[in-house]
Design a protein around this ligand. Sequence first.
Ligand SMILES: Cc1cc2nc3c(=O)[nH]c(=O)nc-3n(C[C@H](O)[C@H](O)[C@H](O)COP(=O)(O)OP(=O)(O)OC[C@H]3O[C@@H](n4cnc5c(N)ncnc54)[C@H](O)[C@@H]3O)c2cc1C
Length: 499
Amino acid sequence: MGQPGTVIIGGGLGGLSAAIHLRLAGRDVTIFEANDCVGGRANRIVRDGFRFDTGPSLLNYPWVFQDLFRAAGRKLEDYVTLLPVDPSITFQWTDGERFTLSSNVQKLLAECERLEPGSRPAVFAFLRDAAIKYRVSFDKLVSRNEDNVLRWLGALSPGEIARLSLWRSLDGELKRFFKNHRIREAFGAYGMYLGGSPFELPGLFSILAYGELAYGLWLPKGGVYGLVEGIEKLARELGVKICTGQRVRRIILDRNRATGVELADGEVMHAGTVVSNVDLPTTDTELIDDAGIIARTRRSIKHIRMTPGVLTFYWGIRGPVAGLGHHTIFLPDDYRGAFDDLFGNKRIPRELPFYVAVPSATDPDLAPPGDTAMFVLAPTPLLGELGPVDWSRTAAEIKGGIIERMQCDGVDLDTERIAVEEVWTPEDWRERFGLYDGSAFGAAHTLFQVGPFRARNYSREVSGLYYVGASTTPGTGMPMVVLGGKLVAERITGRVHQA
Ligand SMILES: Cc1cc2nc3c(=O)[nH]c(=O)nc-3n(C[C@H](O)[C@H](O)[C@H](O)COP(=O)(O)OP(=O)(O)OC[C@H]3O[C@@H](n4cnc5c(N)ncnc54)[C@H](O)[C@@H]3O)c2cc1C
């Protein structure tokens, strides 16, 4: 190999992807992961025959994962079985209205026609427009390291720049196509996971809904953690050393150069390159062994806008739960008010939007025979925005509201049937995985936090220190952090690998 060793702090999906790409470039790579298993937010809880994915549950853009395996000369399908989830997501409102998405265009058209008669041409126009945005974004913007705004946008023709709708809000963009506010609310709700309301995020993000419609939603056999295991297996086969249960206490510097890491037990591991997969603001404010740098970054990091926190429930339910598909998003009557509360007033909305997944509907092995594994996610403001919270009381109140809303919407669920329960608050998310301020998805994707405006995948303060994961480029979500692993490897090696 002959290259200096690379240490990766954290075995989240971004860290694993970076490790694979660096290993393929001939580096000697060691991952130190604080928890007992890799995956980070994409983790697993196993209890009494139920298997719950802790974080990500919607798997889209399967081509990103196929490319990762292809780069290593392997096939994703030899490691992971992807089960299609179709219909993909249902959106529900309190008056009983529903809107169900599907990758089957005829079904999608029928559903849009039902809510907005005569919308067929608008649906095609929306899909055509978003397809171009999607292609331009992935081919020319997301897939390369570019720090210069002019050069970044310079790869695009003036027509392509206009097409991206960077200066129009997502809601404004959806209004160009759909009159029906329910369709707009559904497609705009994806904004929650990007850390902004659809009234302020750029129109570019209509590609989120498009990406799901065009490439489908999938569930790896065994849950999302089945994908993590497949990627971990690939990394180990390639020779990546993975040390779990090994927390890094600090990144050691020699003057302003990273020279290795110190583990929690005091052992020092020297490295030519350090890649941190720990959430970027946490790395910069807690791990760098230089008080001056930490003080400076603490000040600058205040300007990074983070995505919200989440309260997550994992319920093992006896028997089936009628009235729910695999993915459901429950939207409030006061849609705008809920977003204003979360992102503007920084409080838990009175009428909470929430998301429910029933993965055992697609893979029954995730629950004991006949039972149901359910995951519920409710967004909250960040810990720093909320101040002190009595989480057990808050979680109980939110749980009560969620069950009541589901029952009103015809879901056959009562609390007595919940045989297994785990609840993770934003504090748990922060403690378990180092998520800055309890932010679930990392840095937000507002206009000035995308592309070269987003925190870069290398440190400007410390040479030899790089970042990978949700808060750096290209962004958050499983496909994006996996792409980010490729980008950081290219940044480090100076090489551009073809998948
Ligand atoms: C509740 C929830 C739902 C989500 N839903 C979806 C979804 O449906 N679809 C989707 O695509 N994405 C979803 N996401 C986002 C997705 O999970 C993340 O963008 C992605 O998994 C982040 O990966 P990462 O590379 O940033 O690493 P992380 O997952 O942040 O992992 C970082 C790793 O670093 C480790 N670490 C931290 N500190 C140290 C230390 N000092 N020493 C050693 N190791 C350390 C942590 O233990 C962790 O394993 C969701 C996230 C959450 C929280």
